[in-house]
Design a protein around this ligand. Sequence first.
Ligand code: 5GP
Length: 174
Amino acid sequence: MAERIEVLLSEEEVNARIREMGEQISKDYAGKNIHLICILKGASFFMCELAKRIDIPVSIDFMSVSSYGESTESSGEIKIKKDLEEPLEGKHVLIVEDIVDTGKTLQYLMGLMKERGAEDVKLCALLDKPDRRLVDVKADYTGFQIPDEFVVGYGLDYAQRHRNLPYIGVVKFD
Ligand code: 5GP
């Protein structure tokens, strides 16, 4: 089966939207320090681009949770594979995710960050697939709403491939 990638969001569109998100976040958090938590590996490209567009003091940390593995369906079970290095007490936490699908990952992470004493916790996702939502979770900042298709690029993979594409695409099998 031949595999090809169809462009859904171009590099220019994605970068322009991230710039806007950075400006909005800088305004909303004016006068505060913001603690960005990047959910590995998918959100890493997005977080770097976003952090560069935020013009208030930023600190960053990384967490890795279980995802789909080699499949395109969520197991629904969330496990911490790599934990944070910094404490969260009193911090203004912004969780940076690549995509909200069923919402289970973010729901779990929100609860966890609050339990750990963050002053407040907000969510920022580059992509949102609202049709797939199973739990009531909504990002405070969303880059793009997309249809229910499996996407790759800009950090998102299919069996660990395609993360390095500078755009968002849909994998098609001919
Ligand atoms: P949720 O817990 O919201 O169902 O799943 C979120 C995670 O599933 C994302 O962080 C991402 O790792 C993975 N995911 C969901 N949809 C897609 C998709 O279309 N493409 C890729 N590559 N990963 C996805």
